[in-house]
Design a binder for this molecule. Sequence first.
Ligand code: F6P
Length: 549
Amino acid sequence: MSDLSANETASVSRSPAWDALAAHARELEPLHLRAIFAADPERGERLALDAAGIYLDYSKNRITDETLRLLVALADEAGLRARIDAMFGGDKVNVSEGRAALHVALRAPRDAVIEVDGGNVVPAVHDVLDRMAAFAGRVRGGAWRGHTGKPIRNIVNIGIGGSDLGPVMACEALRHYSRRDLVFRFVSNVDATDFVEATRDLAADETLFIVSSKTFTTQETMTNAHSARDWLLAALGGDVSAVAKHFVAVSTNAEAVAAFGIATDNMFGFWDWVGGRYSMDSAIGLSTMLAIGPEHFRAMLSGFRAIDEHFRAAPFDRNLPVLMGLLGVWNNNFLGAPTVAVLPYEQYLKRFPAYLQQLTMESNGKHVRADGTPAGCETGPVYWGEPGTNGQHSFYQLIHQGTRRIACDFIAFGQPLNPLGVHHDLLLANVIAQGEALAFGKTADEVRAEGTPEWLVPHRVFDGNRASNTLLLDRLTPAALGKLVALYEHSVFTQAAIWGIDPFDQWGVELGKQLAKRIVPELSASDAPAHDSSTNALIRRVRALRARG
Ligand code: F6P
């Protein structure tokens, strides 16, 4: 048992701070944000935090000063401070896998000392970053040549989960800073369509594959990597020496990389203390570095670091990730909002919600506490979202007038990356308007005052009283992206600390993997499958469909 689980004896839901929050939530239930704001004209300025280049307006949550006091007391009671120190100190906070979770070391300065099992890991981090930078320089500068002597024009990252979502998101988010003459593609799904569509228009002799897999055993990634090798060799006349010029690997598993045929010189390593979903700033970010260059990549790391330092040092009531995490607990556990919509008003962040889905839900979708006892309360909420304003013409109807409570995180930037006419004014006006509409709604009297016939009034009423955060940053730079990701990483950690769960394991993905392995040969066998009647019927039906051709 780890040092962290030693004190974990009861669910947080049985703590005095939890009871106090539950009682407080009942008191607040009748209060509407309209009344709360009317009683406190300074609220919008007061319940906001400007730190590390991020402005967080959290005033449109259904909270009072007392709520914040009680939430901070809950964090204290849950030992959040000690947990933060344990994570930054390299303790084995990933209890069920017996590992440290030291993604903060990936962005530590060169002279920092962060120890795992008595050894400083920072020099190795910078060694890999330097090797990545040298490699990126050769590829971007045309010095790295393919099998036929041509420079690389296409880069295809093959990976899934944390070895895909971060690179995809960052490549899209930082497209403005990227080399436009290089083509970036991402292959993740085991569905061959993903690979075929990503490569169909690429010249093999100008294509570099990055096989990204922490374990280098993941079924989807290895299947795609083998198909990529076959595709390359078929196009280049079958000479296996071509593999060395067109494949590099990012992994912790040097043996498996070598067995695949990739020279260790062409492998960029990371470590078991980097979780897959916390790895976009490790060598898993190689495609990102190839796209934006080493300097911008380092700027992104500096953004991560700014939030790490803030998270570690700021008092909880002035701490961005802690506040976001605690407000999430409040909405999830006390106000009955089981989902969070992440709504970036910045087109370049269109894959940010998908990235956050793994970060938040693979981390905090847990039913037991770190010590194996039942969680005893709801844990991680469902995250989803789309960039504004597209979402407004789709699912916002349900957020405004549906019967479920949905917490919203709006993300916006004061400066556009593509200034064009009135576009940015309209974009910003919309994001500000949405928060206003959700909080204050429109009463029946206001609807009537517009001359609406009585029968239509209920349809046009907006109850309001719907919670939202608004994150406002200057502009979407590499550093700003690093800040946003680190903000959510640490807010996930804060919530896990409150619920007493391990946010760094992911046992929930294992069962499906095991069962799929068993079913693969059964699809082409002829003997009777031995599962439940539904699974058996599906396997037989697939066999029949295939037999028909
Ligand atoms: O989905 C489970 C998971 O282990 C993720 O946590 C991880 O990001 C992904 O698979 C990919 O794993 P790997 O990088 O080892 O291929």
